[in-house]
Design a protein around this ligand. Structure first.
Ligand SMILES: [Zn+2]
Length: 87
């Protein structure tokens, strides 16, 4: 174990003093924080594209199945060209 000195105000000092497992509690809270941060990481979703030539518009979606097989353009309704993975 390693030591780290922390600064408490009179109120938090009193709370900490009454706790018999203050160090254990701090360790637990820090681990919780790390777990929360890890979970909070935004899920990176891959984007696939389908291009409509007449409209010059690329439609992006995370679901490649939706874009495959000449998905109709949302603007003109013509079949789009599947571009595959975009980003
Ligand atoms: Zn179009």
């Amino acid at each position: 174990m390693r030591h780290k000195t922390i600064t408490l105000c009179p109120t938090t000092y009193e709370i900490a003093r009454k706790m018999d497992n203050f160090s254990a509690w701090i360790r637990q809270e820090l681990m919780k924080k790390q777990a929360t941060q890890y979970k909070a990481k935004p899920e990176i979703k891959e984007k696939y594209g389908a291009y409509c030539e007449p409209c010059d518009v690329t439609f992006l979606d995370s679901d490649p199945v939706l874009l495959q097989g000449r998905m109709p353009c949302k603007k003109c309704g013509k079949g789009t060209t599947y571009l595959g993975l975009i980003e």
